[in-house]
Design a protein around this ligand. Structure first.
Ligand code: B3K
Ligand code: ZN
Length: 844
């Protein structure tokens, strides 16, 4: 397969004027007729007329009405064209029903839908399928479907046809078409300048009652973007469609967002509090793309973080404003460490702006998205609120209608603030997570903090340069009072000291407040200091971090030295959870344990070989010790935090349920599942029902509840996804692969539906000790399934390969099993380019 390089970018040879598309829908033979105005691009040296096109049957092509015979290849066509503007016409045939890859035009439960990002439009018709080619589209759909939608505003409809016009020039990856027997949940929104917008969420009949929450989230997002960024919506309609078969969460097509049904449909009976929060965030994310992504798009796919990092940052701001800012920040840090730090540490590490790829779909990663968002957060921290929004205003003003680059983005900040961002740009260009070590000194009233930064080598990048790191610091005196409030230190050198004068006594530092940079802090401090910070820090993030440092220290000593659970940790945590002045969500978070995969990484970083089984056992032992120590408190918390009001998916209620369910998890280890059974029997919402089911399975008392749950929900595929996953997530290490294997034999298992595949095989990959079991059964089973999935759906196959990205951390036996599994995948005849690239990189 061919590697594409950022350095090879050249402007398009031809620019595109209005595009007119006609679709004659048919599951086996859909006709796509295109009429496109082309003109030579004065900025290009080339006069080669090339249009992308894959899996298309060309029926006819014409230039200015004259039939032509282009030269066809597997990637597209070339054709001799006049040296002046001309009209291109083509007629192709495609087969949506046979499209199982879910890219291009395909069918999901009898409904037509599209997914074009990144390069799916070329499976619909011949086109310069690159984001820097933008054009207004007019689309006519002919078919028998009740509802036929495309981008932009409706432009007429009649018996068997509908027309749409999108006035905003857009790249082809934002094209969308949906047709099917859909029903809508309608609403309206008036923008701040008075535009009346019709809003719809379109679903299959029967799902109408699951749209209200998503609609509220959409309206909140629209208001928030007006108030926070001054961004208004720019069409007369905004449509959202739910589809069951989708490779990712959702897609921001202009005026016609398409959602994985799991990311928009919600009801208290079928969705957990976490589902509600995620749905709200994804609706916001896709809506915010209308400005950061659609109005300003990316010049090429190397610039993906330009739209994704910024839009993730914006959706995180939104969630922080709608819910609890500290809780959101802590959850994001957990996610970043669990997924992005892991990526940065392994064979798939790549810069936030990569400089080469084989298959761009493999670069929709935690690094591009989540680390990309962290870089925006650092810019905001470095420059402050006012300068940040000044730069953003300039960005929207200067680049509206553009296909822009990271250089453009940074220039806007330089021009708005007068600062030089040459060094900051390294964050975009160099992969790897910086490690920050700290030493300190106190003399004559002056406290000095000295930081050293170092970024380990990553594939293709042996040498790293120092980054700009904003380090938010506060200082506490021995009484626990804050003597220096949060101050942002701007570190630019490999080693750098910062002094604080006029202190009466040696302070306790609180470093990297609010997780001010995506770095690993190597702070050798003692547990007494951690307990002090857990009790006294004014920064909620660092209070949580202090608790996390305590539990990591305990667990690592249990694993490495066979120590007993540390009583100082148990006491500090107990004090916190007993304290009813503390936010219940914060207490629930403090009760969370670090992911076992993260423990494995820490052990590996310290130069040892992690044993997933030993990590699992230590975690179990610690849970048991906590149960014995906290039993009475847990019983009280469980009763006290029962929600008696009718279910609402609010942050407040969710926090109470979260703490009560954490208490249930504690009690469950001592009462043999009795309380969990009561909760399961009485539950009237999915948050309660699923927490109880999980507890019952962990207690070894799950069989009846698992069967009942299935019976109750067998008609609801999103709930059945949960049913599959929870049995695997809660399986003991030796049972995880066999359980997964059984479930792949279940009549409801199918590799055709990505949600179902992920709920089964993704759950296995997430069960660290189960997936990495020494027998190799987890690796072999996943390999079997990936080999089966690849010809059906390469994108989801490639994505799931990341389960193997940590294989080189483990012992020789496990490594041999993993290598055999990976080599078996790679040896599969006709393996997709997507999966070939992933497995090759993972093998290193
Ligand atoms: N932009 C899409 C992701 C497309 C993924 C293509 N493989 C959704 C989002 O980030 O909002
Ligand atoms: Zn996005």
């Amino acid at each position: 397969p061919q590697t594409i390089y950022l350095a090879d970018y050249t402007p398009p040879a031809f620019l595109v004027g209005p595009v007119t598309l006609t679709f004659r829908l048919d599951p086996e033979k859909t006709r796509v007729i295109s009429k496109i105005e082309f003109r030579p691009n004065p900025a290009s040296q080339s006069d080669t007329f090339f249009l992308h096109g894959e899996n298309l049957t060309l029926i006819r092509a014409a230039i200015d009405g004259q039939e032509v015979t282009p030269e066809l290849s597997a990637q597209g066509l070339t054709c001799a064209v006049p040296d002046r503007p001309f009209t291109w016409e083509a007629e192709v045939e495609i087969a949506p029903a046979a499209n199982t890859a879910l890219e291009g035009l395909y069918m999901s439960n009898g409904m037509y839908c599209t997914q074009c990002e990144a390069e799916g439009f070329r499976k619909i018709t011949y086109y310069p399928d690159r984001p820097d080619v933008m054009a207004p589209f007019t689309v006519r759909i002919e078919g028998r479907e009740k509802i036929m939608l495309s981008n932009g505003n409706p432009a007429g409809r009649g018996d068997g046809w509908a027309e749409w016009h999108d006035p905003w020039p857009k790249p082809a990856y934002l094209f969308a078409l949906v047709a099917g027997d859909l029903v809508n949940h309608p609403d309206r929104f008036t923008t701040k300048s008075g535009r009346e917008v019709e809003l719809n969420i379109w679903v299959r009949p029967g799902d109408e009652d699951k749209c209200a929450f998503g609609m509220e989230a959409l309206k909140k997002s629209m208001t928030w973007d007006e108030e926070t960024y001054g961004r208004e919506y720019d069409l007369d309609v905004f449509n959202i469609v739910a589809v069951d078969d989708f490779n990712m969460g959702a897609m921001e097509n202009k005026g016609l967002n398409i959602f994985n049904s799991s990311c928009v449909l919600a009801s208290p009976e079928t969705s957990t509090d976490a589902n509600f929060e995620r749905i709200e965030a994804i609706i916001a994310h896709e809506y915010f793309h209308n400005w950061t992504g659609n109005r300003i798009t990316c010049r090429d796919w190397f610039q993906l973080c330009l739209k994704e990092g910024l839009t993730v940052f914006r959706d995180a701001q939104f969630t922080a404003d709608m819910r609890s800012a500290p809780v959101k920040r802590i959850e994001d840090a957990i996610m970043l460490r669990g997924r992005q730090f892991r990526e940065d540490n392994g064979p798939l590490a790549h810069p936030v702006r990569p400089d080469s790829f084989v298959e761009i779909n493999n670069f929709y990663t935690a690094t591009v998205y989540e680390k990309g968002a962290e870089l925006i957060g650092m810019l905001k921290t470095l420059f402050g609120h006012d300068e940040y929004y000044k730069a953003l205003d300039l960005y929207f003003q200067r680049h509206d209608g553009d296909a822009a680059t990271i250089e453009d983005w940074l220039k806007v900040f330089e021009d708005a603030t007068g600062r030089d961002l040459t060094q900051f740009k390294r964050w975009y260009e160099q992969a790897g997570t910086p490690r920050l070590s700290i030493s300190d000194d106190f003399s004559n009233g002056t406290y000095t903090l000295t930081f050293k930064q170092e970024t380990p080598p990553t594939p293709g990048q042996p040498q790293k340069d120092p980054r700009v790191i904003p380090i938010a610091v506060g200082l506490l005196n021995p009484n626990g009072d804050e003597v220096v409030p949060t101050t942002v230190l701007e570190m630019t050198q490999a080693e750098q000291s910062f002094a604080f004068d006029g202190l009466a006594s040696r302070p306790t530092p609180s470093i990297l407040r609010d997780f001010s940079a995506p770095v690993i802090l190597e702070h050798k401090t003692d547990n007494a200091t951690r307990a002090f910070l857990l009790a006294n820090d004014t920064d909620p993030f660092n209070r949580w971090q202090a608790g996390r440092d305590l539990v990591l220290d305990t667990l690592l000593r249990m694993i490495r030295q066979g120590d007993a659970p540390d009583s100082a940790y148990l006491d500090a945590l107990h004090r916190l959870i007993r304290d009813d002045t503390q936010d219940p969500a914060f207490r629930a978070l403090a009760l969370g344990l670090p992911p076992q995969d993260e423990l494995a990484q820490l052990i590996h970083d310290a130069g040892a070989v992690p044993d997933p089984q030993a990590i699992w056992e230590a975690t179990e032992t610690l849970k048991q010790a906590r149960a014995e120590a906290f039993q009475d408190t847990a019983t009280r918390l469980y009763a006290q935090y029962q929600v008696t009001d009718p279910y609402r998916p609010s942050a407040e209620q969710a926090a109470a349920r979260r703490l009560a369910n954490a208490a249930l998890g504690i009690i469950n280890r001592l009462d043999g599942g009795a309380l969990a059974q009561r909760q399961f029997d009485g539950a009237d919402n999915m948050t309660q029902q699923l927490a109880a089911l999980s507890a019952l399975i962990s207690a070894g008392k799950g069989d009846a509840a698992v069967a009942r749950f299935y019976d109750q929900w067998k008609h609801d595929r999103l709930v059945i996804d949960k049913w599959f996953a929870i049995q695997i997530q809660n399986a003991a290490p030796q049972d995880a692969a066999p359980r997964t294997k059984d479930l792949t034999q279940h009549p409801d298992f199918t590799i055709r539906n990505p949600n179902r595949f992920r709920s089964v095989l993704g759950a296995l990959a997430g069960n660290s000790a189960g997936f990495h079991h020494a027998s190799g059964a987890g690796y072999a089973l996943l390999a079997d399934q990936l080999v089966a999935l690849d010809p059906v759906n390469p994108q989801t196959t490639a994505r799931m390969c990341t389960a193997f990205e940590t294989w080189a951390r483990y012992d020789a036996t496990r490594q041999a099993h993993a290598r055999a599994a990976l080599e078996r995948i790679l040896a599969t005849p006709d393996l997709s380019r997507d999966t070939t690239e992933m497995v090759t990189r993972i093998l290193g």
